[in-house]
Write a new protein. Structure first.
Length: 158
């Protein structure tokens, strides 16, 4: 059974909460909800924090719902659309270089040349990988729908 602690705090920053929790349990994973007024707001904030903590990992031990709300909410309802994204996730698992290129492309503000530089690959390699991703997944990352579906699938892989 995994042990966990729930902290409800007023007037503290996320960093203050992190410091207090780490002083007691250095390896704790922390989800921070949005500040909301009243008891009903506190209940919603607790749900925010629960969804945010699900997005933590060893490299990212604290997630603030305010900055990760989209993926936190999507992860919470992942079973509803997992069948839609599973084929894309399967391609990413079989071809991690393609997935890495899609992530870099999105992180480089949709610039192929910046993506190439970040990955230290030949200028034609990024374009080839993105075209290959499209062929294997059906997601054209040059469209909002294709890029969104790709990024969501990559973010929610686990």
């Amino acid at each position: 059974m995994e042990r966990h602690v729930v902290v409800v705090a007023q007037g503290l920053t996320a960093e203050q909460i992190r410091a207090a929790v780490e002083a007691i349990r250095p390896t704790a994973r922390i989800g921070i909800g949005i500040r909301r007024p009243g008891l009903a707001g506190a209940a919603v904030s607790l749900r925010d924090a629960q969804e945010a903590v699900e997005r933590t990992n060893e490299d990212r031990p604290m997630v603030e719902f305010e900055h990760d709300w989209l993926m936190s909410c999507l992860k919470a309802i992942k079973p509803r659309f997992e069948a839609i994204l599973e084929p894309t996730m399967a391609v990413a698992r079989r071809h991690p270089d393609l997935a890495e290129t899609v992530r870099a492309y999105a992180g480089c503000r949709y610039s192929v040349s910046a993506c190439e530089r970040q990955l230290h690959i030949h200028p034609n390699s990024a374009r080839y990988r993105l075209d290959r991703w499209k062929a294997l997944t059906g997601h054209d990352i040059e469209t909002a729908y294709g890029l969104t579906g790709s990024v969501i699938a990559l973010e929610l892989m686990s």
